[in-house]
Design a protein around this ligand. Structure first.
Ligand code: NDP
Length: 243
């Protein structure tokens, strides 16, 4: 195993440890914000700053180590499609009434997206690749997850009129089945990317995404059930019919 793969494996192991910890302590942003999380910044600023490293670092690595081959170009396009949207478009779709974000959350996420941007960018510019069924299947999964994530986030934004900050029961799309289809889509997306890149680094990102979003889906689901007496009983937290 190369030193780079050992580093990626260590990062993956940390992600796997985050999962049980996050089940006990919900990340304090959005509806789970608590005063003790410290000073806050507007959500739009937080999202742009904390997601930018993953948008910019792979591009920087590609500029340093250009690699005009089909698979690296596909992987770079997938990663940038997501992160250019997440850092520079998504924040401006967030309703003005969204909860401010604790600086501590934005700082932690900035560190995460920096490490992850470097890991994925390094794989894209350095790992040997061949056109392989994994690349095709992974790309299909990526787009399926991307579509579910974006559609579900759009449903959430449409729940608030300008200036509103309250919460409503989301309906439509996969909300008929689960409380957090946006998280489900994001998880499918990065599992697809892991398959397409068939790398330990790609797998580490999928593990970190599950570690962040599975506990948060559980927390959102319990919160919905406690907050809305008429919350649909058949709806699961994250996985249709299962969980
Ligand atoms: P949430 O679903 O908690 O919130 C998304 C936005 O919708 C927020 O602006 C929120 O407002 C608003 N909102 C949520 N539910 C309702 C509701 N019932 N009624 C009205 N408004 C609502 O998602 P996150 O903020 O946790 O995540 C945003 C995106 O980032 C998602 O696409 C997620 O997949 C992705 N993400 C990816 C991670 C990864 O590890 N890859 C980690 C974390 C997020 P408010 O902020 O006021 O609650």
């Amino acid at each position: 195993m190369s030193p780079f793969d050992m580093l990626a494996l260590a990062w993956l192991a940390i992600g796997a440890l985050v999962l049980p910890a996050a089940l006990f302590k919900t990340a304090p942003y959005g509806r789970h914000t608590v005063k003790s999380a410290g000073p806050t910044i507007p959500a739009r600023v937080g999202w742009t700053v904390m997601e930018s490293p993953s948008a910019l670092l792979p591009l920087l690595l590609f500029a340093l180590y250009p690699r005009f081959e089909p698979v690296p170009l596909v992987l770079l396009a997938l990663f940038e499609l997501h992160y250019i949207h997440r850092a520079f478009i998504y924040p401006f779709s967030i309703r003005a009434g969204a909860r401010p974000m604790p600086v501590s959350i934005a700082a932690g996420a900035f560190f995460f997206t920096s490490v992850n941007g470097l890991l994925q960018g390094w794989v894209i510019t350095h790992q040997p690749f061949a056109m392989d069924p994994r690349v095709v299947l992974g790309t299909v999964l990526f787009f399926a997850g991307f579509a579910v994530n974006k559609h579900s986030d759009r449903i959430l934004f449409a729940l608030r009129a300008p200036g509103e900050s309250g919460y409503r029961i989301p309906r439509g799309g996969l909300y008929g089945l689960v409380s957090c289809p946006n998280y489900l889509g994001e998880i499918v997306q990065w599992c697809g990317f892991a398959l397409a890149s068939y790398s330990i680094a790609g797998l580490s990102f999928a593990v970190w995404t599950i570690a962040n979003l599975l506990p948060r889906a559980r927390a959102h689901h319990l919160w919905y059930r406690e907050t809305f007496p008429d919350y649909p009983r058949e709806r699961k937290a994250l996985l249709p019919w299962l969980y």
